[in-house]
Design a protein around this ligand. Structure first.
Ligand code: SF4
Length: 609
């Protein structure tokens, strides 16, 4: 199996049984790897209406055919499951070094099922795999536990671990690795916690067979050379994702005080150059990355260090909470990492609670005496702890903003910023219709990485509602997630402008199968539609209403900043959906038609409609 580890490791935690089976050739052919494997196994193995935190749900961890090879950024791993946050599909990507070791242990996917009677961790050393007692690690933070494992087993072991957030089943708990990389979105950490699996610790030494060694070397070198020659390399390496903070503030896309505006008066002290000057001490990259965007930061005021913060965290734990000091944001980032909770969802939940407090919907009695106003840093630190422990107001916020607003009511649903239950990541979309549609139709909920279109909005006119914009979003949704299928980072294409055609000979040389981007986009569309069918199967009455954005983006224009007074009308929101469904080959209620499913090789799913 050129390019593959060759096996699927199935771990039944209820029975304590581990089996290794060959990776099915037809799944490789139709879904290639990574996110494709996750979507396939999730749909076909998890029974309909399974409890996300029950024994029937599965957590599927997959490498891709390029993972662990000498291809730029080939250190991406996919975590797929039924989300406890949304009740639909969750697929979250993890960088770092984990996926390479998994591949060298000969594994394409780890499928975790059942529930262990006691806390355990999964130990893998090449062909050896066993469940071990985790009682000494349970209850501890994810960074602490990663250090313990490295000291006890050796630096060569890579660790994916949950913190107290995952143990306590916080709906947006993360899985952490490499002291600051996270599979953050959709509550994958809660699913791992529900199985009482504290960590996966692995190491491998096997080589990966490739079909054409000379061709692989040549294609890999061409990709690295393109990265090295890119004009985008230096600024990207200097600032990483924080390169966009100032730009977002200037164009009105920086989430500010629970997305009530897109520009923040305290924004300049959060910008990339300020962060680099004040707190960054070194750069850090994932496996095989020629353009390390990770930053290690030192917060002198707190006597601590953290990997980060990235732009999304700065947006959601900074401007979105009215916090303008980069050290405070970085410290909040560190807390989230150690506690094992997603910085985006946590920032959104706290932003919503702050707005509720300022509007008098939540009182001092509800907050346990916390003056929960925007900008109150100690209150944020306290609430993050309470969320991870599910105590007091933290218990309410640990369910995610959709569930919390439903429970509190009193009009607070209108400023719960989510789509399908997933908190919107850090782009304010009051008048950016392409990015708004990207959030509305994203296969996990309001997440940006499937189709990041905010720059495209500015290029073509952000308020336009036209079929070309919709076509662009669909193209991005089918194409961009293919990097998660290959097991590589997409940012070399996005930020360094690497020609995507350079990946075609690399994939062919590694796997021995020649596929054009036209064919690869078809695989992308198959995965997209399969995930849509998962949402439909799992949620009675699923349809257009589920794709609507938070009312804030069509009912309430910002009062300040460059987007003041601007908004997308509800009528235009529906027009966008009409065009999107038509171009996708879906019904006017957003359901794939039998003809569409057949065209994508998913005809058998039509019977479930
Ligand atoms: Fe990792 Fe950033 Fe490099 Fe991508 S660009 S591989 S996320 S360090």
């Amino acid at each position: 199996m050129n390019g593959y580890g060759g096996s699927i490791l199935r771990v039944n935690l209820t029975e304590g049984k581990i089996t290794r089976l060959p990776t099915p050739a037809d799944v490789i052919r139709d879904y290639i790897g990574g996110r494709g494997f996750g979507a396939y196994f999730l749909y076909h193995e998890v029974p309909a209406h399974a409890d996300p935190l029950g024994p029937e749900n599965k957590l599927i961890i997959s490498t891709g055919p390029l993972s662990g090879l000498m291809i730029p950024g080939a250190g991406k791993c996919d975590f797929s499951t039924k989300s406890p946050l949304t009740g639909g599909y969750a697929g979250s990507s993890l960088g770092g070094l984990f996926t390479a070791e998994m591949k060298y242990a000969g594994i394409d996917s780890i499928i975790l099922e059942g529930i262990s009677p006691k806390p355990v961790y999964l130990f893998i050393d090449d062909r050896k795999a066993e469940l071990r007692d985790a009682s000494e690690y349970w209850g501890k933070g994810s960074i602490t536990v990663e250090r313990m494992f490295k000291e006890q087993l050796g630096e060569e072991f890579q660790v994916a671990v949950i913190g107290p957030g995952g143990e306590n089943l916080v709906s947006y708990a993360s899985i952490n690795h490499d002291y600051g990389r996270e599979a953050g979105r959709g509550g994958v950490g809660a699913v791992m916690g529900s199985k009482r699996l504290k960590a996966i610790v692995l190491h491998g030494t096997q080589s990966v067979q490739v079909a054409d060694l000379a061709g692989y070397r040549q294609a890999g070198m061409a990709l690295f050379k393109a990265c090295k020659d890119s004009d985008g390399l230096k600024p990207w390496q200097d600032y990483g994702t924080t390169i966009v903070t100032s730009w977002c503030d200037e164009v009105g896309a920086l989430p500010t005080r629970n997305f009530s505006a897109g520009s923040f008066e305290g924004g300049p002290t959060l910008y990339g150059p300020v962060m680099r000057e004040q707190i960054v001490i070194t750069d850090k990259g994932c496996f095989g990355c020629p353009s390390p965007c990770g930053k290690y930061s030192r917060m002198k005021r707190y006597g601590s260090t953290v990997e980060g913060p990235e732009y999304e965290t700065i947006g959601m734990l900074g401007s979105n909470l009215g916090i303008a000091d980069i050290q405070d944001v970085a410290q909040a980032n560190l807390l989230c990492d150690e506690l094992g909770i997603d910085t985006i969802s946590a920032g959104s939940a706290i932003g919503w609670a702050m707005e509720c407090f300022e509007k008098g919907i939540l009182t001092l009695e509800d907050t346990g005496g916390l003056e929960l106003r925007f900008g109150n840093v100690p209150a944020v630190f306290e609430l993050l702890q309470a969320i991870a422990k599910r105590q007091g107001l933290g218990a309410l916020l640990s369910q995610g903003v959709k569930a919390a607003a439903k429970q509190v009511g009193k009009g607070s649903e209108k400023f719960a910023i989510h789509v399908k239950g997933m908190e919107q990541s850090a782009y304010a979309t009051h008048n950016a219709t392409a990015m708004l549609l990207a959030y509305m139709t994203c296969d996990v909920g309001a997440h940006h990485n499937r189709s990041w279109a905010i720059t495209y909005d500015l290029q073509v006119g952000r308020e336009l509602v036209v079929p070309e914009k919709v076509a662009r979003i669909i193209w991005l949704q089918d194409f961009r997630p293919m990097f998660d299928v290959f097991g590589t980072c997409r940012l070399q294409w996005v930020e360094l402008g690497i020609d995507r055609e350079l990946y075609v000979p690399a994939l062919a040389a590694v796997t021995g199968v020649q596929r054009s981007w036209e064919e690869l986009e078809m695989v992308g569309a198959r995965i997209w539609n399969l995930n849509r069918m998962f949402w439909i199967r799992e949620n009675e009455g699923f349809g257009r209403e589920w794709d609507l954005p938070a009312p804030r983006f069509y009912e309430e224009a910002p009062k300040t900043g460059v987007t003041a007074g601007q908004i997308t009308r509800l009528e235009d929101v529906h027009k966008l959906l009409d065009m999107y469904y038509e171009q996708r080959g879906w019904s006017s209620n957003g359901i794939p038609t039998p003809a569409t499913l057949e065209k994508l090789g998913l005809a058998e799913l039509a019977q479930t409609l």
